[in-house]
Design a protein around this ligand. Structure first.
Ligand SMILES: CC(C)(COP(=O)(O)OP(=O)(O)OC[C@H]1O[C@@H](n2cnc3c(N)ncnc32)[C@H](O)[C@@H]1OP(=O)(O)O)[C@@H](O)C(=O)NCCC(=O)NCCS
Length: 421
């Protein structure tokens, strides 16, 4: 397998590639990343302290030119939830930047190839990332695998389900964090990834001083945590009447009813005329909450999680199936830089019975031919296989294979990634 070969397509000569092990290197990492992302880190001192304490797990890489950090790259172990709730070990990629002075010289490519080769060696089933732009990561075998949308609700308070005022309470950051972490233990919808501890603490306002104005609530049912809601409010008056907007920053429920109730709560707050929420699931229950569904507007539909599969048997053996059957996939994995077939290349037989499935390499004739870019999406069942076949993206090699794949792979929930990383 030549996946591990580091072949620079472009000249990165003179640039020193290092793993971050010192506070000075991390300062360089942050300076470069804040130029690349055009955004300065909030609460930088507490964040830096948390990162430096965990450099063993958070593999920060830098490209240094003449003493100046010109490129950054972070990777770490993550768990990705399969259809049915099992979690598979993957390698997450994040904080990818290259200074505008050093772009298109192969710095990202060098970081990425090294990271992916190591992840394969270490047994990751796939690599994951959230792409800033659609065009960047396909060349490394990543394919768009989940999507998100933004919602804006024009509140009609007279026609809402009753909010769960007896079951929901405003809580401290610490209590919120505990409940939010607990929620992440019980949620089973596909496409979710585990959250870095530092991101959880930041979101709960307990990483250093809480300078934000977020409100945090926990929903309890029979004493057990059943949901969490956090939001900010932009207070406003228009024509002598209240006209505030609530921005939901997190809303998670153990089931659809809990989610509906938390939405109803957010919409029920006095003075609020609009509720907005970004990067939510495509099948979010919010569209069912107001009596008039036209009061919910959907916008900014976009790709979210990108998956680069490595270990096809591990991925397809981990998920659950909606129907018994057998399916042989022919997967084309060109590897990197045309260096030869990658780790996901080959033919794989999936046999399912009673919800469980087993996936092994095979020489049998294939039912469906799938490119690497479509594999993550197919695994998470983000859309029907028959539609991809109709579009020519997936090829049906045996009659009826697409219909059979749809029955077997079906997931009652659209995948949703929840976390930004
Ligand atoms: C995206 C970014 C990291 C690319 O770094 P880079 O070192 O210039 O990338 P490389 O030189 O290794 O590029 C490898 C290939 O990807 C292509 N590529 C890189 N960035 C691209 C982009 N934004 N759009 C389209 N293609 C891109 C390059 O053209 C090159 O292709 P080629 O080999 O066919 O010429 C850099 O431009 C950057 O920091 N952008 C701002 C922050 C950002 O978007 N980060 C990504 C966060 S997910």
């Amino acid at each position: 397998m030549r996946i591990g070969t580091v072949v620079g397509m472009t000249d990165t000569g003179g640039i020193d590639f290092q793993r971050v092990t010192t506070p000075e290197q991390y300062t360089g990492f942050q300076e470069c990343a804040s130029i690349g992302f055009q955004h300065r880190l909030e609460n930088a001192e507490a964040w830096t302290e948390a990162i430096l304490a965990d450099l063993e797990n958070l593999d920060h890489r830098v490209a240094v030119d003449g003493g100046r950090t010109v490129g950054t790259f972070l990777s770490f172990d993550q768990e990705l939830t399969a259809v049915g709730g099992a979690r598979v070990p993957v390698r997450a990629v994040s904080a990818v930047t290259v200074l505008p002075t050093h772009r298109r010289r192969g710095i990202l490519g060098r970081h990425m190839r090294e990271c992916l080769a190591t992840a394969v060696e270490n047994g990751a089933a796939a690599a994951t990332l959230i792409a800033a732009e659609h065009a960047i990561y396909g060349r490394y075998g990543f394919g768009q695998s989940t999507e998100v949308v933004d919602y804006r609700i024009t509140v009609d308070r007279a026609r809402l389900p009753r909010p769960p005022v007896d079951e929901v309470r405003y809580v401290s950051g610490e209590e919120y964090l505990e409940a939010a972490n607990l929620m992440r233990e019980v949620l089973t919808f596909p496409g979710r990834v585990s959250r870095l501890d530092v991101n959880g603490r930041k979101a709960a306002g307990v990483l250093g001083p809480d300078t934000g104005d977020k409100q945090r609530l926990v929903l309890r049912r029979g004493g057990e945590v059943a949901g969490v809601l956090s939001y900010t409010v932009a207070g406003k008056w228009s024509d002598a009447r209240p006209d505030s907007t609530v921005t939901v920053t997190e809303l998670l429920g153990v089931d659809a009813a809990a989610e509906r109730d938390l939405w109803a709560f957010a919409m029920s707050i006095d003075w609020v005329t609009s509720v907005v929420a970004a990067q939510r699931a495509l099948d979010d229950v919010v569209t069912t909450v107001p009596a008039d569904p036209r009061t919910v507007q959907v916008s900014n539909r976009m790709d979210y999680l990108w998956i680069r599969p490595f270990d096809v048997p591990a991925l397809f053996s981990a998920r659950r199936y909606a129907a018994p059957g057998r399916l042989v996939l022919d997967v084309t994995d060109p590897g990197f830089d045309d260096a030869g077939p990658g780790p996901a290349h080959g033919r794989f037989a999936i046999t399912t019975d009673g919800g469980a499935g087993e996936c092994v390499r095979t020489d049998e004739p294939a039912d469906l031919a799938v490119g690497l870019a479509d594999l993550g999406r197919l695994w998470l069942y983000d859309e029907p296989v028959s539609r991809r076949v109709a579009l020519g993206d997936i090829r049906e090699l045996a009659d009826g294979a697409a219909a059979r794949a749809d029955l077997m792979l079906f997931s009652p929930r659209r995948p949703w990634t929840v976390e930004m990383f």
